[in-house]
Design a protein around this ligand. Structure first.
Ligand code: HEM
Length: 286
């Protein structure tokens, strides 16, 4: 019973701390840093909860109505992502007439955000066929607009009906997003365990792959050695810096280890022509 009360108190304190940080303005500069360290799967549900109140107040726009908000003749600029309409007038230099991203204004061009196809064929709501990684990317843009711009309401179309209720396509997106966030968390953990190598290609000379204690943007105490790394289920390898001392990363507390880190991981393959013990491999151009 004591444990339940202690757990309840801890959760209550955490909720109170988050509530203060996400509502009091002086904490605004720290919010993104806090959000960045939370795993995607938790982060997105926290953000959704904080957005619920704001999102309930939205109105429903038709496509014709939305198309009038392109910043022409001093009108505001609106756009939609995944059927969520935002006022982006404060970003008029990007989205207004003559701006580098004016093609996003007055419509829902969700697909184009991810494919980079910035024409009438690519700037559409439909995202059928998207991979989990692309779904994650759509959500990234949605969260970006939620954070930086003003939510106005919903677009009557692929994702919401005339009452602002989510369609089957939106519900399917939400279901897939759970898996997409999980896959992205796993990808991030994989990058930390097996950080990408540094690489440099010099035309006419060759390619160098090397490890340092900051390669792949992962600050660490060890340097590691370059290996071809095949993630489970993947046929393409990437260059990973593999920890070559201490216990394996997935059994950090084991005493019974060969002091060769992750070198025995079955996904690792030696680079032909590179000494297995060095932290830098040079492959002259043939
Ligand atoms: C799929 C590809 C891309 C998409 C969907 C995209 C989208 C966007 C959007 C929506 C903005 C405005 C953000 C805001 O409201 O503040 C923006 C800004 C910007 N983008 Fe991209 N972008 C893409 C690729 C690129 C690439 C490849 C580069 C550079 C080579 C680039 C450079 C920039 C820069 C520098 C800004 C900021 C401009 C400023 O603040 O004046 N973007 N991008």
């Amino acid at each position: 019973m004591g444990l339940v009360i202690r757990l309840f108190t801890l959760v209550a304190i955490l909720v109170a701390v988050f509530a203060v940080i996400f509502t009091v303005d002086i904490f605004k500069p720290y919010r993104q840093k806090i959000i960045d360290v939370i795993p995607d799967s938790i982060r997105n549900s926290v953000i959704s909860i904080s957005d619920v109140k704001r999102m309930k107040s939205g109105k429903v726009y038709t496509k014709e109505e939305l198309s009038k908000y392109k910043g022409e003749n001093g009108s505001p600029v609106y756009l939609a992502v995944l059927g969520h309409v935002f006022d982006v007038t404060k970003g008029k230099k990007h989205y207004g007439p003559g701006g580098g991203y004016e093609f996003f204004a007055g419509r829902d061009g969700t697909r184009g955000y991810v494919t980079g196809e910035f024409n009438d064929k690519g700037l559409i709501e439909d995202i059928s066929g998207f991979t989990l990684s692309q779904i994650h990317s759509v959500n990234h843009w949605l969260q970006f607009y939620m954070k930086d711009y003003t939510f106005k309401g919903y677009l009557l179309g692929n994702y919401f009906d005339e009452h602002g209720n989510p369609s089957e396509a939106k519900l399917e997106f939400d279901r897939k997003l759970v898996f997409a966030n999980k896959a992205e968390d796993e990808k991030k953990a994989d990058i930390v365990m097996f950080p990408p190598c540094n690489s440099q290609f010099k035309a006419g000379q060759g390619k160098t792959l090397w490890c340092s204690n900051f390669s792949g943007g992962i600050q660490r105490e060890w340097v590691g050695v370059p290996r071809q790394y095949f993630r489970p289920g993947e046929t393409h390898a990437r260059c990973a810096c593999v920890k070559n001392i201490g216990p394996p990363s997935d059994q950090p507390d084991t005493k019974n280890h060969k002091n060769n880190g992750d070198l025995d991981n079955p996904g690792m393959k030696l680079y032909e022509g590179c000494d297995p013990n060095v932290d830098s491999c040079y492959f002259p151009e043939k």
